[in-house]
Design a protein. Structure first.
Lengths: 310, 266
């Protein structure tokens, strides 16, 4: 059994609101998986069930071979998992070092305080009080507290929200480093560049169900999707003159095609024959963001999830 | 990209060390308390100012039947000592826990393997410790006004130990029932203030009926239990301590049943 997380048919309602209707996915040991979805899609509820903060109404959930809803194994689960969540806070009057050392004392086999401070880049801040830290430094401290127990599995809930671009790259480095050391990571993010950069696999939630599950490059049929070729319409020509079907708006030609190689060949040969240039020529595939927006906008048609596999 | 790791824990894990964990938790709970100037001031300065003002107003005074055959200060040293214990154990603990929950500090604690019992043991140890300091300070001020120091230190210690743990437990119960941290100080005081009045903390109560009612509530038995060891050189007042302990146990049961670590109403 090499699954760190296994979820099937997960359900959770708050009163009459079904936050999670039928969520199922797996995370293999050592894998980095990004849970994507708009606000209200059920990401937080799913995470909280897996972290043991919330009881599920139904379905199967197993984390590191343990049932997260089982109170009796809660301590072992928390021993082996690290959490970096949005709504966690630390005491304001302790210093950075004290805060981390305090948490270290709760684990049986923690990393050293110095190692973690170094990992998250809080060097030089050890003696500062938590209340005096900037927002970004506080998030680094959150990350440090998630790592101190040397977890096999890390839950990261929007780990880089509020980071400047440089700090974000640093955090990505830390996450990659942990992943290379063998840690399993389940993260949520609204930053699709982050998902693309970090995740081996993305799971897209919408309206409480999984609408896609695959590699960042393939999710939502990205790999098979039509490419779009665009260029400036040469002077004196109209769309009817082109060798392939095209849309023209604002002087820009857009050609949607499932065979970009063929279409480009025909276009460039046509340009050559007519002695014109295809100015501002670009070939685009749908970005992860396009795929994501497309997937989550049709989330209400939950009956037919557009599943892709790697 | 990376090698797969089996689901079984790779690192050797020693057996939980309960005692070390407890010491660690008590140490950091104390560090938290002493680092926050506001809580230290409320805990220690307020009761000391109170007993000093009462001493200045009433002086040592003669024994009177109004104070049940005691001098005014002999009466007020135990009741203000009781007030200080209630303030730091029940009052401040309720508010601190409600705030910690609202800010997500409790959830952060819950995200670690620290067992709940160790967290609460750290809080109760804190209650006992500040209670001893409070009572020592008030006893010292009382001494300045001519109230002799207690002689039966064992009785004082037992009384404070039981009471601090019990009112700490009631504080945890109150924090479990109060969901909104903004309302916590008001609710905690709303419960405590009338209770202090009818229990004779501020003035002796000569109504049979009130005394009977208050005798079944936690504050008056606590005042009675303090009175003997603190100013009458008596041993532990087990009968009154039993009433306090019953309330303490009830509080711990409610706390154990209703306590929530996560913010929000759900």
């Amino acid at each position: 059994m090499a699954y760190a997380i296994e979820v099937a048919g997960l359900r959770k309602s708050y009163g009459s609101v079904q936050a999670v209707r039928n969520v199922g996915f797996t995370v293999r040991s050592g894998e980095v998986v990004a849970l994507l979805g708009p606000n209200g899609a059920g990401k937080t509820t799913t995470l909280e069930i897996l972290e043991g903060f919330r009881d599920r109404d139904g379905g199967f959930a197993e984390v590191l071979g343990l049932d997260p809803g089982d109170r009796s194994s809660g301590r072992e689960l928390r021993e082996r998992t690290g959490l970096v969540l949005q709504d966690l806070a630390v005491e304001p009057y302790l210093t950075v070092r004290e805060t981390i050392a305090r948490a270290a004392g709760y684990y049986l086999a923690p990393r050293t305080t110095a190692e973690v401070i170094d990992l998250v880049g809080l060097d030089g801040q050890e003696r500062r009080k938590v209340r005096a830290l900037s927002g970004g430094q506080k998030r680094r401290l959150d990350l440090a507290l998630g790592l101190i127990g040397d977890p096999e599995l890390l839950f990261l809930d929007e780990p880089t929200t509020g980071f400047d671009p440089a700090a974000r790259r640093d955090a990505w480095q830390v996450i990659r480093h942990l992943s290379n050391e063998g840690a399993t990571i389940l993260l949520t993010t609204h930053n699709l560049e982050e998902a693309q950069a970090l995740a081996d696999r993305v799971v897209v939630l919408s309206s409480g169900t999984v609408v896609a599950d695959g590699t960042p490059d393939a999710v939502g049929g990205r790999d098979a999707a039509r490419a779009s070729i665009s260029f400036a319409l040469p002077d004196g020509y109209g769309p009817q003159d082109l060798p392939v079907p095209a849309r023209v708006g604002d002087g820009t030609v857009v050609v949607e095609t499932s065979n970009a190689t063929r279409a480009l060949l025909e276009l460039t040969q046509w340009a050559d024959r007519n002695g014109v240039v295809l100015a501002a020529l670009t070939v685009d595939r749908p970005s992860l963001e396009d795929a994501y927006l497309n997937l989550t906008s049709q989330g209400t048609q939950a009956g037919a999830p557009g599943r892709t596999t790697r | 990209m990376m090698t797969a790791v089996t689901a079984s824990p790779a690192r050797p894990r020693r057996r939980p060390r309960s005692f070390g964990l407890l010491v660690h938790q008590i140490r950091y709970e104390q560090l938290l308390f002493w680092r926050n100037p506001q809580s230290a001031i409320f805990t220690f300065v307020f009761p000391v100012v109170f007993i000093t003002v009462i001493g200045a107003l009433l002086g040592g005074g003669n024994r009177s039947s109004y104070f049940g055959g005691l001098s005014a200060l002999q009466y007020y040293v135990p009741t203000i000592a009781g007030l200080s214990v209630l303030g730091s154990c029940y009052g401040q603990l309720t508010v601190a826990l409600a705030l910690r929950r609202q800010y997500g500090i409790l959830k952060r604690v819950r995200a670690t393997p620290l067992p709940a019992w160790a967290y609460f043991a750290g809080l109760l140890a804190h209650c006992v410790l500040v209670s001893f300091i409070d009572v020592a300070l008030i006893g010292a001020v009382g001494r300045l006004y001519g109230v002799p120091l207690p002689s039966n230190w064992f009785a004082v210690a037992v009384t404070l130990l039981v009471a601090a743990a019990c009112f700490g437990g009631i504080g945890v119960a109150a924090a479990s029932v109060i969901r909104n941290a903004d309302a916590a100080p008001a609710v905690a005081q709303l419960v405590l203030f009338p209770l202090l009045f009818i229990s004779g903390t501020y003035m002796p109560i000569h109504s049979q009926m009130l005394n009977r009612v208050a005798g079944w509530l936690p504050v008056r038995p606590f005042n009675e239990a303090l009175m003997g060891p603190l100013v009458l050189h008596a041993g532990p007042d087990w009968k009154h301590l039993a009433v306090v302990a019953a309330w303490g146990c009830a509080g711990m049961v409610v706390g154990g049943w209703r306590f929530r670590w996560t913010p929000g109403t759900e």
